[in-house]
Design a protein around this ligand. Structure first.
Ligand SMILES: Nc1ncnc2c1ncn2[C@@H]1O[C@H](COP(=O)(O)OP(=O)(O)O)[C@@H](O)[C@H]1O
Ligand SMILES: [Mg+2]
Length: 289
């Protein structure tokens, strides 16, 4: 009975995701930050990672694709004049809708709602983000902050990314939901690199244990796992920064979370540079052929 329900759910989701799939032509490296469970630190990570990557000399854009909530602008303490809703309604061109935000990044806020996206029509949100990505210069990086869960609307967004960061906390409910998210990702976006981010951990060892346990289950049942894992500590400064409405990377650059997130940003920058070099070599080879 359970198997039958599971199979039906999978079939339903397959159909929903297939109909939500959106083509992407943008070459700008795109990182989606997602999670199985809500409230695990996605927005805080997306905002601070964007700032830290920008500090490394990269031009970084942050898209708030948690439609209807607009938490990124609250964390950044900015009030953008325009948002994705304006782009969707044709009130402004996708190139002109970005707001300057602290840390040298550009933000495209989600706005209060995207027509028919805040409810159940999944296509519009991912289509809209895809249109926005297509207008971003190739050498820039886009970080997409998504809502939680494994709905077709979220998966369609993840399918636009080169890399997905799946955020978990040590709580068993979060770990169980993270497995569900990785399961969906590996089946619908098999080419997408997956980075597990173990947030709110007591130590790097706890993060490694979570990663090891999840990896074993993923390899056993999915025959695939995530590419790497990152550790972030439990840190009261994160909540303080949210109350101050200033990114932690700006207000407390020496905090434990920022120190660890900077390592994540440096590794990410390496991957981006390598991907761009590979792309240039391929283009060169095509021209010579
Ligand atoms: N590393 C951390 N240490 C302590 N609290 C954290 C940490 N990361 C996030 N939080 C807290 O978790 C809550 C949710 O964070 P948020 O970034 O909005 O998550 P999400 O985008 O996944 O909903 C906030 O109250 C924030 O202060
Ligand atoms: Mg959020």
């Amino acid at each position: 009975m359970l198997d039958q329900a599971d199979a039906l759910r999978t079939l339903f989701q397959e159909n929903a995701v297939r109909s939500a799939a959106v083509p992407r032509s943008s070459r700008a490296y795109t990182v989606a930050v997602t999670s199985g469970k809500g409230g695990v630190g996605k927005t805080s990570i997306a905002v601070n990672l964007a700032v830290l990557l920008s500090r490394l000399g990269r031009r970084v854009r942050l898209v708030d694709a948690d439609f209807g909530l607009s938490n990124a602008e609250v964390l950044l303490g900015v009030r953008p004049k325009h948002n994705l809703e304006d782009v969707a309604r044709g009130r402004i061109d996708a190139c002109d809708a970005w707001a300057d935000a602290p840390g040298g990044i550009k933000l495209l806020s989600s706005g209060s709602a995207i027509p028919s996206t805040a409810d159940s029509d999944s296509v519009t949100g991912a289509e809209l983000v895809s249109q926005v990505l297509d207008r971003v210069p190739d050498e820039e990086v886009v970080i997409v902050d998504t809502g939680p869960g494994i709905s077709a609307s979220v998966v369609a967004l993840l399918a636009l990314a080169d890399e997905v960061m799946v955020v978990t906390t040590p709580e068993p409910t979060s770990i169980a939901d993270t497995y569900a998210a990785i399961k969906v990702l590996t089946s619908f976006c098999p080419k997408t690199e997956v980075t597990l981010v173990a947030n709110c951990c007591a130590s790097p060892g706890q993060a490694s244990n979570i990663a090891r346990g999840l990896e074993q289950i993923c390899l056993r049942f999915l025959k695939r796992s995530f590419e790497r894992h990152e550790y972030l500590p439990y840190d009261r400064d994160v909540s303080r920064a949210i109350q101050l409405q200033k990114p932690l990377a700006v207000s407390s650059p020496r905090s434990a979370t920022v120190t660890w997130l900077r390592r994540t940003a440096i590794k990410l920058e390496d991957r981006i540079s390598k991907r761009q070099q590979d792309g240039q070599m391929r283009q060169l080879a095509e021209v010579r052929a």
